[in-house]
Design a protein around this ligand. Sequence first.
Ligand code: PRX
Length: 652
Amino acid sequence: MADATIEDYYVEDRTFAPSPDFAAAALASNRSLYDEAEADYEAFWARQARELLSWDRDFHSVLEWDLPFARWFIGGALNVSYNCLDRHVEAGQGNKIAFHWEGEPGDTLTITYADLLTEVSKFANVLKGLGLGAGDRVAIYMPMIPELPVAMLACTRIGVAHSVIFGGFSPDAIVDRCEDAEARLIITADAGYRRGAPSMLKPNVDTALSQGAASVEHVVVVNRCDTDVDMAEGRDLWWHDLMADASADCPPEPMDSEALLYLLYTSGTTAKPKGIMHTTGGYLTQVAFTHKYVFDLKPDTDVYWCAADIGWVTGHSYIVYGPLANGATSVIYEGTPDTPGRDRLWDIVERYGVTQLYTAPTAIRTFMKWGAQEPAKHDLSSLRVLGTVGEPINPEAWMWYHTNIGGEGCPIVDTWWQTETGSHMISPLPGVTTTKPGSATHPIPGVFAELVDDDGRPVERGGGYLTITRPWPSMLRGIWGDPERYRETYWSRFEGRYFAGDGAKVDDDGYLWLLGRVDDVMNISGHRISTTEVESALVDHAAVAEAAVVGAADDTTGQAIIGYVILRGSHDATDELGEEVRQHVATKLGPIARPKTVVLVPDLPKTRSGKIMRRLLRDVAEGRSLGDTTTLADQSVVDEIRTRAAESPQED
Ligand code: PRX
């Protein structure tokens, strides 16, 4: 990474220190956690494990590190559902609200810790009644309804590992995941609400089971939407029938620290999804620690809301396990942010008095597109901390979030982590860290990151590959059924280091700036240019709402930058404006970053989880026929983009 980089052009000098009032009341307001972890990180994590969790049996050793295989809190035993439920009820918190659940059509449910414990115990008995126990895997394919966390926690109560499959996935994905995990059961619902109508789930399970997944013996079905679904005699069972007869007495089973807690499949670069393995003690320790300190959680007064889907790791760690382990009161929302209106999220924030909101940059940019008048309709003054996750946040979106949602008074925590890391790795602590818009700042206490160059040499300043240098409690323990692939994927590129697949830069003040996956880093005439920074410069133009950038093969320069841009509502898509936007990038980042073409488009191709499918944009840019588009949320978007691309002027 020695060649001139675009990072050299890009300087962000705005800083935001925690306000004195915020810092004075914050759980962490100085560097003591960092100092403690730096002095002895094993002792630091051991203290967190013992203080944040209740153990049935204490551990005798903190860490066994046989690179790349880690075991944390060895000899310890604990139960995750006990830590998330029973101990709060035993401490007199049974009537405390665990979840304010908000259904999309507007139906609501208030669930206390005592309610949740009863439901979880009953469903754990249902699972036992179906012959399931420690060592089994269960697939869960559900909408965002209360039965989803109940199902997950019931699994943990008796040592069954769950594998949650995002509700937007197809039957093929269900087959692949169930076969790989040899799941014995699928828990689903007839449908879930999405944009005002039932979105069917059970028929996808039926299709999947007609194609494969022979290990599945039963399907348990929640009746969410009262739709007509086929129930296969002997195989399919209604949730409400099973629960009607279930006992609420189900003692939690102490599990080994390293017992498999769950699998979560991520799509890698190859066709076969990887079953990321998370285990019990280390995972729960780090999610509880980060949920507490990164969001400055005050469980007695806060109403916390992670607006992600439980089908992704963000929902696992920061809707279910972290908040419940910490005895938080949270919001769960079933639907989309635009139903019934584009102020849906802000209405929920106002009604429940939400104090922490955790969402993704892509959502923030959508809110920008919809306009500041939507949040302005609501009183958002309850908010204290704002979080973002999932992709680099461009400074423009950061500032918009800060101004229009945070009222300029809420620290923003930009949290970098992955399915594989299990919990936050790089993030500000809101009472400690002075933030810069677009930077995830520093590793959290107890996590050690370093940038390296192509040869694995540490980079003190400038661009490099982000690596993690020491094991951490919630790290993946492997890829299900494929230890060699685990070693190869994460530990082979740089010796002795976990390579996350992300590029980053470190600035003069030692702040980390995530630049996206390294496969999204372009090489233009030998210069490294991050798609993220060009996107950031594009959306910095007043007329631009959202942008995606790809590097397309180019005979002369190796790669050329192609920008796809959605304009804000009041602007017309003229060639002049496209040219102005191109120039804006040159002004902002330097001439080498000026896109060859800016295509003004009405929409961008996104997966159902909201990630922009750059691969398709690259295919369009390079005039190739499109590869697999099955994960695309809206198929028609690409045709329109292709037409617009053919009509767009190009730089000579
Ligand atoms: O590229 C990074 C990006 O998301 C990837 C991980 O994706 P996934 O496993 O789906 O988990 C997403 C939720 C944790 C990372 O390799 N990413 C995640 N958070 C950030 C980010 N990139 C920049 N800044 C972030 N805060």
